[in-house]
Each structure stands twice: as C-alpha cells, then as structure tokens.
Design a protein around this ligand. Sequence first.
Ligand code: ATP
Length: 453
Amino acid sequence: MTEPAKAKVDMEKLVSLCRRRGFIFPSSEIYGGLSSCWDYGPLGVELKRNIKDAWWRAMVQQRDDMAGLDSSILMHPQVWQASGHVEGFSDPLVECKGCHRRWRSDELGGDKCPECGGELTEPRLFNLMFKTFVGPVEDEASVVYLRPETAQGMFVNFENILNTTRKRLPFGIAQIGKSFRNEVTTGNFIFRSREFEQMEIEFFVRPGTDQQWFDYWVEERLNWYAGLGIKRENLKLRPHDKEELAHYARACSDINYLFPMGWAELEGIANRGDFDLVQHAKSSGKGLSYYDEEAKEHIVPYIIEPSAGVDRTFLAVLCDAYDEDEAEGEKRVLLHLHPDIAPIKVAVLPLSRKETLAPLARDIYAELRQHWMVGYDEAQSIGRRYRRQDEIGTPFCVTVDFESLEDKHVTIRERDSLRQIRVPIESLKATLQAKLDGEDLFVLPDGGKIWKE
Ligand code: ATP
C-alpha cells in the first residue's frame, strides 16, 4: 500500500516534549524504566482525564440509550474460558521475520515460513494475559487474570444492567478502565504498552438491525474524533476483509490515524453478533437474553462494539495538535489542543515580578481556579512565558500589567490567533467561559455580549 501522507511530527520530538513538560515519564525511571510502561505526569493526567471526560459526556451523559459501568479488573477465571482468551492466546508461536505471519510452532513441518520461506523467530508464548493468584496459595485453583479488555465486564453484567435500568433495545453499556496485555511487540511510545486504558461500548441491538447500527457507530465514532479537533484527513476507516475477521465477528472496521510511524489503529468497531451472550449463557448456566414485550419472546441481542484506546487517543491528539511557527518575532512550538482537552485552560501572567502586581494577579488566579485548571507563571520575560504556555497547549493567557491596577482591565491573549483583547476583570470569567465554549466574543460587566468580527 502506498503511504499517501506523512505525519507532521516525528515521535522523538513528541516523546521529548512529553518528558520535558511533564506529560509522560517512563515508568520507574530512577531504576532504568520498565519496558513499555509509562507514567502520566501533571499535564498528562489532565489531558488524559479530559479525553475520558469528553468520551463519557458524549457517549453516556448526552445519550438516553447508554448506561455506565465500572467493573473490576479481576474476574472469575471462567469468564476468560468462555470468551476464548485462555485457549485462544496460549499457543507457542513463531513469527516470520520477512512477512511477519505468525505460526503455531507445534504445527510447523520445517524451520522456514510456509508462506514466504523466510526465517522464523524462536518460539514464544503468545498468551497475552497476565496471570496472578488470589489469596495466599499460589496454585492452579487460585489463578486469576488481569483483564486484557474491559468488554467482558459488560457482557457478564448484561442482566444486572437490564434489570436495574429497565433499558429497552437498542441500548448500550459503556466503560472506561485499565486493561493489561503481555504484548510481545511493544514500542512506539504509548501506542502499544502492556498496561493501558480502554473506552469501550457494548451496544445491544435486535438481530437484523445490526448492520445499520454498525454503520451508525462507525460514523458516530469518526465524528467524535473530529469533534476533539483531530483533522479528518488524518483519520481513515479500514474495513477488515472476511479472512481477517476474528471468529466471533460478523464485521469489523478500524479507525486508523496517521501516527508518526504511519497509519495505525486508534479504535476497532466490531459487530460481534450474539457470540458473547451465548458463550456466557452456556458457561454460566444463566439465560442471558432479552424479553421482547411485543413479540412475547426471548431474544439474544447482537452486539456492536466500538472499542477505543485512551492512550492512543492521547497520542493522536498530541500528534494532531503539534505545530511549529513564528510568533511575536520568535520561533515557537505549540499545541493547538481543543480547549475541552487542553490540560491548562488559562494561565495568569503578571507582566513583571514587582510586588505591586502580585496581589491582583494572585486574586485573579485564585478566582479562575474555582472554575478550571489554571496556571500561574511569573518567571522570566513575558515572551518566554507565552512560549511555555503555547508549548503545552494553553488556549488563553491573561496578562496583568501596571495599568490593570488603575483601570481594572486585563489582557487576554489567544494561543492560535495571537490576538490580544483587553477586558474588564469583572467580566473576565464570563469572557473566558464564552471563549472556551468556542464563542468568539467578549462579555461586558453588565452581562451584555459583544461579538468579535
Ligand atoms: P493492535 O492490533 O494494534 O494490537 P488490537 O486490534 O489488538 O490492537 P483491540 O483488541 O481491538 O486492539 O483493542 C481495542 C483498542 O484498545 C485498540 O484500538 C487500541 O486503541 C487499544 N489497545 C489495544 N491494545 C493496546 C495496547 N497494547 N496499548 C495501548 N492501547 C491498546
């Protein structure tokens, strides 16, 4: 396949920015780090939380057909038997160094790739699930797994949610949480790690309407990424071929993003049919079905699953937001982050460190902090401070100068347009709120609004 475009930023620059500014650190760094595990620092934790909040708002809060869940990471081991994870991931596999096809080593006749004749790697256990034990005895009876996906928690709670929420088909269950996979090939920063977070939906529909709902969710999820500010040309849909589909899937499409290493999966959307409910009903002996009042019969819903990665979304929004340009006569690095997800919404900057400005600037800082994550910076020149805020994606800076003491006005400086407007302190909060909501206006002390051209 020809690569149509190239990402604007390379991974090294992003990793370095993330480290330098406190978005992401290697895990246990003072001990040399732990391969493919990462810690989200003061700015990273804010950006990550904002991404999760944006997803929850759009997928749960603003819909009337969705119920939230936070199920436990450790689950009954039978869950993973029924789902196929225990069996499906525990074979010793070898990988062809040429075409990267994987083969079960115990089924191979020779020591070359049957597909292309390439050289093979040593056999490795490719079961992706981390195993641990509950209780004090480490024997087979006490084995549990760290979940490799959040999905199973939603399938096994299907009946609980149906009974407690009285939802009617079609409806969904949504969950955000940690998942763990003992990935064999890791790398590309937070793209593929062994501990990561997922944002998953299991959407239950009537059989026969599944294709229509599958199409709906593909569109809905693409729109969500665009709403986060990701450019549409950097998103691409990749429908799976029939041969590529997992055994349970009737259809699957990946939403791919143009990462620095090329197009790669951001989210997978699958039509899982009735596989999961049927498997868990068989394995648990519970009838996991839905009683259709009109038809007076039990049906097993089909499931559409949009499954997204928090960390991959984090990486995608950073890649997409990264830019370098010139501002106020200097080169600058900036993140055009959407205000909804920017870690710091506003930074308060007294023009000088002189004691006379500090009380007013600190008062403004204290007031704005009641509403958003706000930064305060008085070190070095104002230009340097603007640069620092641009580099972490702060959409607005508020500058307090000596005139502010007299006229009770401050300057709002916009990250992207570099426009500066002077507003009364009295209506600063309302003006910033309007701007954070995407309205290009400012608010007068009496509450009146003036639209900017
Ligand atoms: P890949 O083929 O890239 O490993 P996958 O097809 O195994 O991904 P799914 O099982 O469909 O991934 O998981 C759904 C989503 O969870 C992915 O689209 C991705 O965003 C996220 N995800 C899966 N594995 C990882 C990982 N190791 N690190 C970070 N995110 C992950």
